[in-house]
Design a protein. Structure first.
Length: 123
């Protein structure tokens, strides 16, 4: 008799038959409960690890942005500002259109702030 190298994929009916067989006994129900508990723990561990990686990336980005903001706020060491600092600190032109919605007007005012001031809102 030959044994196939890989088992075929189980169909929904196969899962239902296995579940009903396991649920028929106390030992089968205990097995399923333990399996679910372990699977949930594994899922939670993977999710927490992903959240920690995201937090680490955000912390690194926040540190880099804070450094750029401090550097831009300090200005160059010489008397005359360099072109990059002048662009960063320059206020943006006021929009020419009028806005009736107060929320859009507030966003428009925020958009008019110099880059340094806009980045400082997040620190």
């Amino acid at each position: 008799m030959t044994i196939p190298s890989s088992s075929p994929a189980l169909q929904q009916a196969d899962y239902e038959a296995l579940e009903s067989a396991l649920m028929a006994t106390a030992r089968g129900r205990a097995f399923l409960a333990e399996y679910v508990r372990r699977a949930r723990g594994s899922d939670n561990a993977r999710l927490l690890a992903a959240i920690e990686r995201l937090e680490a990336r955000l912390d690194a980005q926040a540190g880099a942005i804070a450094g750029l903001v401090e550097e831009a706020a300090d200005g160059p060491s010489g008397d005359a500002p360099d072109a990059e600092t002048a662009v960063i600190a320059a206020p943006r032109p006021e929009p020419t259109s009028t806005v009736d919605d107060p929320r859009l007007a507030a966003l428009s005012r925020l958009d008019g702030l110099p880059l340094v001031d806009r980045l400082a809102l997040f620190s």
